[in-house]
Design a binder for this molecule. Sequence first.
Ligand SMILES: Cc1ncc(COP(=O)(O)O)c(C=O)c1O
Length: 389
Amino acid sequence: MQYKGFKRRGAVSRVKPFRVMTVMHQAAELEQQGRKIVHMEAGEPDFSTAAPIIEAGKAALDNGLTKYTPAPGITPLRDCLVDHYESRYGVSLPRERILITPGASGGLTLLANLLVAAGEGVLLTDPAYPCVRNFIHLLSAQPQLIPVGIEQNFQPTIEQLDQYCQANTTGLWLASPSNPTGTIIERPHLQAACDWAQKKNCHLLVDEIYHGLHYVDDLPSVLELDQSCFVVSSFSKYFGMTGWRLGWIVVPEPYIEMANILAQNLYISASSIAQYAALAAFEDDTRIILEQRREAFRERRDYLSEALKDLGFILPEKTQGAFYLYADISRFSHDSEEFCADMLQQHGVAITPGTDFGECNGNRFVRFAFTTNMDNLELAVARLQLALQ
Ligand SMILES: Cc1ncc(COP(=O)(O)O)c(C=O)c1O
């Protein structure tokens, strides 16, 4: 057979590329030309993985722990997560409800296959992490987007859930803290969302991947409120293990068997080396490092949010988690892609256009990731000041 160029057909034709990748690519090209670029586009911690985790990974290699593991993950790691839910949230989970996955991405694809059938609709916020929309498209199902704005802290109201729910809606997927907005769903609102999903007979999935990277006192896991919900989480962000590709999901009891069957089929197991390395993530030494990093992110957030507001960007009252600021640029531009291209090409500041995350108001917003050090943030602010004068 002769391949004359790939033609997208079916569900694949609806999957859109990640614009942040284009920004990264262009930034790399400019760097090759000798330009100094401030990177605020990437959604990953600038810190490398904490030393105790790296050491545990090396030991796993030295000890030959390089084979497939059981599909839901190694028992000691699942037990660490059992303890984690107990100590951090006061939630008792049987180990069987936790499955280790190749990143939250692996968890989300598994859950999409577990929960969503062709023709069904899933409520999502707009803006949201873009891959989620694509996972739903790939199942020939329909992402049903709820536009959320700064005035509502970028999280949906119950009135909106009623308004956007359709006859084919079978699920509601939320994220707290959210990418790209860094806002959280406060406890009473999360409870209300659980109650709404129960009432409508919809499944509720909450992406808790940015838990740990929060700057508020109370960040509930949905499992504290309702054990019938689905959770996806990850070692990527707070635990600083993006490249190890390790995450987990929590499913209600009746779904355990099918979730295991999907795990066996979709990826056999998550990386064994990463799983053994992650055992060290729960040690006291590592915790100290991770908490110091969280404080560094908090300091960056405090600095950058004030500086951006002074420059005329419009931001939520307080960004409560993750490492993103989602800024309204309408005082400067009505085209976020053009704005980001200009900031990068002319001023050497790499940020991501809101069009990556939303279809409704993406042109009015840009995402700043404070995943770079204070010196770089100060340089970015000085450059932006010049650019926007
Ligand atoms: C909200 C959200 N969910 C899931 C993911 C996927 O993360 P990973 O597969 O690295 O665990 C990301 C990555 O940025 C994200 O922002």
